[in-house]
Design a protein. Structure first.
Length: 211
């Protein structure tokens, strides 16, 4: 039995988006787009990639969602402030200028590449282990509050400095095609794949503290 409140909220959202031309399924049993928990009946996942979604979208009322994929659409704003259980978010290839993930403390994987983001705040996401924020307009990134971060792609932004000295678990880093002058890395570190421009000065911070 599916949760009645989730069914109602989902149907309202589907109808609203379909009126704007979205090609999303109105069959809530379609397991290619909707993932329901067999025991609780809650809606746990939505896959709306390549669905011609236009304008703003809000997932308010769907508080059990753990996974959202709305990549490759024409979305201009995203409200996930009520989705406290969210673990995975892919909002890549849209027209987002802002992204508020301060209410998503369980978020582990974030894909927001190819948008128009100027700022990305991750101080409220201690479990983040993978971030793909390539091809935006980001001028600054601060991952000092993300000790679990292992994978970071931030190519093709407007970064001048990148301080990852607090991220001892970082394994893969790609930060090419920025305006980077200096890159701070922890020493020792676990990085096995580092992609950066040749002229970037790399500073290794011993014991995770700047001298």
């Amino acid at each position: 039995m599916k949760n009645k409140a989730d069914v109602k909220a989902l149907n309202i959202l589907i109808e609203r988006l379909q009126k704007k031309g979205a090609s999303i399924s109105e069959n809530i049993k379609d397991d290619s787009e909707y993932f329901w928990d067999d025991f609780s009946g809650r809606l746990l996942g939505i896959n709306w990639s390549f669905k011609y979604i236009v304008g703003p979208i809000s997932f308010a009322g769907l508080g059990a969602l753990k996974r959202i994929d709305i990549s490759v659409n024409d979305i201009t704003s995203l409200d996930i402030t009520q989705n406290k259980e969210l673990v995975f978010l892919d909002c890549s290839v849209n027209r987002l200028k802002e992204l508020d993930i301060t209410g998503n403390g369980n978020l582990e994987q974030l894909k927001c590449l190819d948008n128009d983001l100027i700022r990305l705040e991750t101080f409220a996401n201690p479990l983040l282990n993978s971030v793909e924020c390539d091809e935006n307009k980001l001028r600054k990134l601060d991952f000092s509050a993300n000790p679990c971060l292992k994978y970071l792609w931030c190519d093709d932004n407007n970064l001048i400095k990148l301080n990852l000295s607090k991220n001892k678990n970082l394994v893969r880093l790609s930060c090419e095609y920025n305006n980077l002058k200096i890159l701070f890395l922890p020493e020792p570190n676990r990085i096995i794949d580092l992609q950066t421009d040749e002229n970037v000065k790399i500073m290794r911070i011993i014991d995770n503290e700047e001298e």
